[in-house]
Design a protein around this ligand. Structure first.
Ligand SMILES: [Zn+2]
Length: 194
């Protein structure tokens, strides 16, 4: 049930992906290759107007997975999708500093690297785009995300929060089998459209 909801969220947050194709991908994935963009929905119109470029973001998808893995492993506090996107984008907010997320280290080729000293994302530059990529990872079952219902001890009111739980088993290996192309808007792309 929660899984369905995350698909709906993904449908709502895409900016340039044809909505008809999105539904086709979800309902009849085997027909997707013969299903063209409709050029009529709001996303198609936005894409045709702004002329973004279809760009492979696989390397940065792996980095998002690394961030999810590092932040959720042995974490005593809830990790939200915003936390993941903020750290991936190297934000330096009070909350980031308080949780020492800016000191996060990742294991790369049996070497420890500090994420905040690594080069910034060059494809998923905008937080909106990074968020779309994270939604995608959830929909493709590579990141486990849940909605938790909680009761405040003080007020007894209920509230719910979206929590990033962990990366799924063999997520990095399985990511290689998927397509990670995103429509990326850049000034260059706009110029080319005239
Ligand atoms: Zn469309």
């Amino acid at each position: 049930m929660q899984k369905e909801l995350f698909n709906v969220i993904a449908f709502c947050t895409t900016q340039y992906d044809c909505r008809q194709r999105f539904l086709c991908k979800y309902l009849w994935p085997e027909l997707l290759s013969s299903y063209d963009e409709c050029n009529n929905c709001d996303n198609c119109q936005k894409r045709n107007k702004e002329n973004p470029q279809l760009t492979d973001a696989f390397s940065e998808i792996l980095e998002i997975l690394e961030v999810v893995e590092a932040l959720t492993k042995n974490s005593l506090i809830e990790v939200s999708p915003d936390n993941i996107v903020d750290v991936f984008s190297r934000s330096n907010t009070d909350k980031i500093r308080k949780n020492k997320y800016n000191e996060l280290t990742l294991q790369r080729d049996s070497k420890e690297v500090k994420l905040y000293e690594e080069k910034l994302p060059t494809i998923l530059i905008l937080k909106e785009t990074a968020r779309i990529a994270l939604n995608d990872l959830v929909c493709k079952n590579l990141v486990k995300q849940e909605i938790w219902l909680q009761k405040s001890k003080m007020t007894q009111y209920l509230s719910c929060s979206t929590v990033v739980v962990e990366i799924s088993e063999n997520a990095k290996e399985n990511a290689k089998k998927e397509c990670w192309e995103y429509w990326i808007y850049s000034r260059k792309g706009k110029k080319r459209s005239g």
